[in-house]
Design a protein around this ligand. Structure first.
Ligand code: FAD
Ligand code: 2HG
Ligand code: ZN
Length: 471
């Protein structure tokens, strides 16, 4: 089918105003980090699952591949077209309805293009709580969260996106619709297709809706900010938290001084506690099912003990919701501050928590020796063993030149170190386009063969997100 004919046929499915081919399409064609710019044949914006199915059938017949896109906040360039000018970007933004909330079943069913923050708000209005939370929540979508198995800041208590999902509606590469919005907590009827789709980054199917878990709201949520002398000390504090807060520990974030230095530079109005006093700070969150008073006294006791043991130098517990939000704002601003500082290198890695301190010490030393002046922006979800071991070019260096010259060597050094410490080269952001070539170097060969077989079985023509995740 000729290109123009294909575009007209897309228009017949969704209405021609929802097929974008001209003008500035950069918000669909460029990745959030501004590392890659693609060129699409068209951006198409369906409004229901039948339209998605029809687009898939048409594209398959015409021989054009599809890149599904949610909020385009992914950090591995998996949601943008390549530069071939022959891929369709299927934007889920118009499919954003909350279909239902089932209080007795504690579930919410919503369309994949629903913005995460809207999902949180819908649960809140119903008097409940949807716990998935990440810095991009104002623009990322539920479909994108599930397609990437997003982590975020409450994994410790509620798990990754995968753990929050009970059912899916998916359009397959044949254009069929899998009606899997069951909402069941137990269902052992064969292979787990839901979990196969989750984390598949748009390569196995198009998620059009999901049924997710909601929770009763905790009686109180308190956050605390602590200055710690080392990563070992932070791990000791984590141990104490597990002992004294047990399952109520919702989040445990580590942030190094360079990260806070960048936040201070780009957001000088944010009042960052202790950032100049210690090499690391910890932001922790405690959800308490009893009361604010109970939460407060437990945290006070915890920090008395931690200061006595020397793993905390100083700490402040949020006095109200606004101070708590302020702490989270500092933490969530690191990614934005890094972006404002210029192009950067990200390593979203996980390491067994017991080895993180040694990993950072040894990897820091190697990098500083090999690349004098390099800025190590290290932060992340220590409670999950997930670090964002990021790199900013030395001061007064052109970041683009630095990256062009050194990125491969730097990442090789970091990932070799990750391997040495039995870690993963992608903890929560996925593989996308940016890590597709290095995945085979770090993933078990048998696992890769099984992944290829699954990919081929479900999408033999390579219609969905070709050359992403696995080649
Ligand atoms: P997109 O970026 O549009 O797509 C991501 C991938 O999913 C692509 O491969 C795409 O093809 C696929 N996809 C999207 N929608 C669908 C669908 N409906 N069906 C099938 N495939 C689909 N990530 C974390 O894990 N934890 C964090 O704490 C975190 N913090 C972030 C903070 C900031 C400031 C930013 C910019 C990003 C952050 N991210 C984080 C990364 C990103 O927000 C997540 O990966 C998010 O889940 C992506 O959602 P999205 O809707 O933007 O997906
Ligand atoms: C976070 O935890 C996100 O804030 C983004 O996963 C991490 O910017 C990054 O590397
Ligand atoms: Zn993260």
């Amino acid at each position: 089918m000729k290109r123009q004919q294909f575009i007209e046929a897309l228009g017949n499915i969704v209405g021609s105003t929802h097929v974008l081919v001209n003008g500035d399409l950069s918000s669909w064609e460029q990745d959030w980090r501004k590392r890659i710019r693609g060129k699409s044949l068209a951006v198409v914006r369906p409004v229901n699952v039948d339209q998605v199915s029809a687009i898939v059938r048409l594209s398959s017949e015409a021989g054009y591949s599809i890149v599904t896109q949610g909020g385009n906040t992914g950090l591995v360039a998996g949601s943008i077209p390549d530069d071939s000018d022959s891929q369709v970007v299927l934007s889920m933004q118009r499919m954003n309805t909350i279909r239902s909330i089932d209080i007795d079943n504690l579930t919410m069913t919503l369309e994949a293009g629903c913005i995460l923050q809207s999902a949180q708000e819908a649960a809140e209005v119903a008097g409940y709580f949807f716990p998935l939370s990440l810095g991009a929540e104002g623009s990322c979508t539920i479909g994108g969260n599930l397609a990437t198995n997003a982590g975020g800041t409450s994994v410790l208590r509620y798990g990754n996106a995968r753990d929050l999902c009970l059912g899916l509606e998916v359009v397959t590469a044949d254009g069929d619709i899998w009606h899997g919005l069951s909402g069941l907590r137990k269902d052992n009827t064969g292979y787990d297709l839901r979990n196969l789709m989750i984390g598949s980054e748009g390569t196995l199917g198009i998620i059009t809706a999901a049924t997710v878990k909601i929770y009763p709201k905790p009686a109180a949520i308190l956050t605390a900010w602590a200055a710690v002398p080392s990563i070992d000390a932070a791990v000791e504090l984590l141990r104490l938290c597990r002992q004294y807060l047990s399952a109520d520990l919702t989040g445990f974030e580590l942030i190094n001084r360079s990260s806070l230095c960048l936040v201070n530079k780009h957001y000088p109005k944010l009042n960052i506690p202790f950032w100049e006093d210690c090499p690391y700070c910890v932001l922790l969150e405690n959800s308490d099912d009893e009361s604010e008073h109970h939460a407060n006294s437990r945290l006070e006791h915890l920090f008395e003990l931690a200061i006595e043991q020397g793993c905390v130098v100083d700490a402040v517990v949020s006095q109200n919701i606004s101070q708590s939000n302020q702490f989270w704002l500092i933490r969530e601003s690191i990614t934005l501050a890094q972006a404002s500082e210029g192009l950067n290198i990200k390593h979203d890695v996980s390491i067994p928590i017991s080895s993180i301190s040694n990993f950072v010490e040894q990897t820091d030393a190697k990098l500083k020796r090999a690349f004098p002046g390099i800025r190590l922006v290290t932060f992340g979800h220590l409670g999950d063993g997930n670090l964002h071991y990021n790199i900013q070019a030395p001061d007064f260096t052109n970041p683009a030149d630095f990256i062009a010259q050194h990125e491969n060597l730097i990442s090789q050094l970091v990932y070799e170190s990750v391997k040495e410490f039995s870690g993963s080269i992608s903890a929560e952001h996925g593989i996308g386009a940016l890590k597709v070539d290095i995945l085979p170097l770090f993933k078990d060969a048998t696992a890769l063969r099984m992944m290829r077989s699954i990919r081929y079985a479900l999408d033999p023509k390579g219609l969905f997100n070709p050359r992403r995740v696995i080649r």
